[in-house]
Design a protein around this ligand. Structure first.
Ligand code: ADP
Ligand code: ADP
Length: 226
């Protein structure tokens, strides 16, 4: 089954700028998939459409066979999203950020607490559970966003530039954790402008530039051709 199918996706912003010019993309269940491209390629716009933050101009999106326009709530429940920017809930303690997100998905309080503990431990944030989110370092905030995105057990995890600005040691531990999640069956899509990140983590790499998909190949084939 395909985790994601996008057909002829287009986005024209209000100022007339065409950020996406007809994106066709299929991501199979279980894949670890990179959207690789320079700044301005349209990666965040694409993620924004998948996560209902950006209205598409045209095209279709299906997530595990569910149409984004017809079943938006169903699609939301299947997705976990780690955004690039996060300036909400800034005064909330770390643990509450995760518990509240679980509440948003209707998960009962006791279960939400148990899941929050599990993911905060996994992401090395448990000792900071009482800290307000605003007091965390950039790398910690990103890990918190991963815990928050996982709390409702999404089948597809989407990360927008997950390690931008994160130092090398933390980046490696985040990579290890993402590999573990993928090995356990979570399909992962990430955007990045680092070839190194795409090649180290991902099985499939789509190169996106100027609002188009330039190529889709498995990582080994792409590297052999460079
Ligand atoms: P990436 O994530 O690959 O860096 P983006 O999707 O953020 O690319 O941006 C793609 C293009 O769309 C860029 O040229 C950007 O300036 C433009 N863009 C993004 N948001 C808007 C907007 N709200 N209005 C007009 N242009 C935008
Ligand atoms: P509503 O429009 O129903 O208020 P939103 O779409 O604005 O809901 O989402 C509420 C919050 O949950 C936002 O912070 C949003 O970024 C986040 N969110 C929505 N869907 C997901 C998801 N599948 N995974 C992670 N966060 C999500």
């Amino acid at each position: 089954m395909s985790a994601l199918v996008a057909r002829q996706l287009r986005k024209t912003y209000r100022n007339g700028f065409e950020a996406l010019k007809g994106i066709d993309l299929t991501v199979e269940e279980g894949d670890f998939f990179a959207l690789l491209g320079p700044n301005g390629a349209g990666k965040s716009t694409l993620i924004g459409i998948l996560t209902s933050l950006v209205n598409k101009t045209a095209g279709q999106v299906q997530v595990f066979g569910h149409d984004l326009d017809r079943e938006p709530e169903r699609v939301k429940a299947l997705l976990g999203v780690v955004p690039q920017e996060f300036n909400f809930n800034i005064f909330l303690p770390v643990e509450e950020v995760v518990v509240n997100q679980a509440g948003y998905f209707g998960i009962p309080r006791a279960e939400a607490r148990a899941r929050a503990e599990h993911y905060l431990r996994k992401l090395d944030l448990w000792t900071r559970r009482k800290s307000e989110m605003r007091l965390l370092s950039g790398g910690m905030k990103r890990r918190l966003m991963i815990a928050r995105a996982l709390v409702h057990h999404p089948r597809l995890l989407i990360l927008d530039e997950p390690t931008a600005g994160v130092d090398i040691e933390i980046r490696r531990s985040m990579w290890d954790y993402l590999r573990e999640l993928n090995a356990d069956g979570t399909t992962i899509i990430l955007t990045t402008h680092y070839l190194e990140e795409a090649e180290s983590l991902c099985r499939t790499i789509a190169i996106i530039d100027h609002g188009r998909v330039e190529s889709v190949s498995d990582t080994a084939t792409l590297l052999a051709a460079l």
